[in-house]
Design a protein around this ligand. Sequence first.
Ligand code: NAD
Ligand code: UDP
Length: 346
Amino acid sequence: MPLERRVLVAGGAGFLGSYVCERLIEEGAQVLCLDDFSTGSPANVAHLRRSARFTLIQHDVTVPFSADVDEIYNLASPASPPHYQRDPVKTAKTNLVGTLNLLELATERKAKILQASTSEVYGDPEIHPQTEGYWGHVNPIGPRSCYDEGKRCAETLSVDYSRQYGARIRIARIFNTYGPRMRPDDGRVVSGFVRQALADEDITVFGDGSQTRSFCYVDDLIDGITRLMNLPDDRVGPVNLGNPEEVTIGVLAKTIVRLTQSSSRLVYRALPQDDPRRRCPDIGRARRILGWEPRVRLHDGLERTIEAFSRGIPSPSNSAQSFDEPSGPTAYALCSAVLRQNEKLA
Ligand code: NAD
Ligand code: UDP
């Protein structure tokens, strides 16, 4: 086995994926970043192009492919409600067929695979805070189902590949995560409120703002998922990763207005169907098995995010033109199998 870890990051040009790629490059790994740029952008990983250990390939994970890798992070899926509801069939397909393809690859290569799951598997929860043992309360036919059920089935596939074929899986149930490099137009609450506040526009609070979320700063989350990947135990079960500092959306809006010294007013709009009323992770398992807990308080994380947004973050272009050609001999060795496979399929 080569000394350098070869890691595939599917969805690596997205918000979280770009930080995972960054962390892996810092750690000396070879990184193959696959992305179809549907919600992410080459701009998010442009700073990694300097490294000969980084390769970016435009690829849709619903199309089978092969690559010589030791670890796989599966982050490929739209994540914001407006994005995943734009083409719900594609969202479900990405989470089902895309995950299946990556599990096949992981099994064939005996590679570890980390599935980016979500707190949405708990739906509109009836227990609080949510523990990994809770089976959830999900509408199977609502507007959020393509994502929620897609992610639930991706967990099922992961666990069944582990039981049936010995796949080396890890499942991270990620709770709302925010930070610099989010798309200002992605429709998620932190990016949306910060953008509106900085522009002195109305802040659109859905419902009466009494629903809660628990927001994790991106650096903490990346620390958690890399620890989970590095855990020697292949049978650890799903792990909640999030910050248990729970806040109402109304308070979040007021905090962002205050921190930005904005003149924005809060305006109230209809609560979207099936919007979860409360959400807060029980992170006891993560504390126990990963020795992990978030360090960045909401107030501090928001300040960092506001600072980055006000400096102007790269605006995402969905252009496929600006991504890297594979560079360097190692990069070629890593991705040539992918390219060959794609040629065969074309
Ligand atoms: P994001 O939209 O910024 O990133 C997703 C990336 O996947 C994008 O770069 C997108 O272009 C890519 N992608 C989508 N469909 C693809 C396909 N078929 N083939 C290849 N690439 C594809 O979102 P994010 O916030 O970075 O989320 C990353 C992952 O983490 C997602 O799987 C999401 O479900 C999960 N997650 C995120 C959060 C959060 O709060 N950020 C919470 C829970 C789970
Ligand atoms: N939300 C809001 N205004 C917005 C966007 C979202 O009030 O402009 C609310 C949304 O209804 C939900 C919460 O903020 O209650 C978190 O929404 P987001 O889409 O960020 O994440 P998710 O609902 O998937 O947790």
